[in-house]
Ligand binder design. Structure first.
Ligand code: ADP
Ligand code: MG
Length: 160
């Protein structure tokens, strides 16, 4: 998909949140400034969260209340996965809500295979190319939830 404004990325994420279920795990992967936090903001509003979602860079994990609890994690400042687990980043309460992880690639093999990947390519004023990858059939419902109004990328070439 392509979005040309931050509001487009937020609206897409908000639509996807409609299909969220307890225990969902979503990785947000993209360069600094790609729009991972914009995606999280939109996803939160789709869950009915009215609190302002900000980058959790300094708190590691922020928790919000909506239709489902949202756990928003940012691993930007984390050296490796071991640190994340030592810090108690993944805990059983997350089974009751949706967990969004920015820089989830830093968890490497520690990231459960069963999750949705959201790749965001592009920074600055460039359009963003957003690719979803379901790690299991269970997450295929996010692909089905992509709204019809979202602009399709011209070809799958170069997508991940
Ligand atoms: N299409 C777009 N989608 C998302 N963000 C965009 C888009 N176009 C411009 N931006 C801007 O890019 C920046 C993305 O910031 P942020 O979401 O904090 O990135 P990240 O969390 O990936 O580091 C914001 O300043 C936002 O306004
Ligand atoms: Mg961010």
């Amino acid at each position: 998909m392509v979005t040309r404004e931050p509001a487009g990325t937020r609206a897409l994420a908000s639509a996807l949140a409609g299909t969220a279920r307890p225990g969902d795990l979503i990785s947000l992967i993209g360069d600094l400034g790609a729009g991972k936090t914009q995606f999280a903001k939109g996803f939160g509003s789709g869950l009915g969260i009215t609190d302002t979602i900000v980058s959790p860079s300094f708190v590691l994990m922020a928790e919000y209340r909506g239709r489902l609890p949202l756990f928003h994690i940012d691993l930007y400042r984390l050296a490796d996965a071991a640190d994340a687990f030592a810090g108690g980043l993944i805990d059983e309460r997350q089974g009751e809500g949706v967990t969004l992880i920015e820089w989830a690639e830093r968890l490497a093999d520690a990231m459960p295979a069963d999750h949705l990947d959201v790749f965001i390519d592009g920074t600055g004023d460039d359009p963003r190319r957003i690719t979803l990858r379901a790690g299991s059939a269970e997450y295929g419902r996010y692909l089905d939830a992509v709204p019809a109004w979202v602009e399709a990328a011209e070809s799958a070439e170069g997508s991940r």
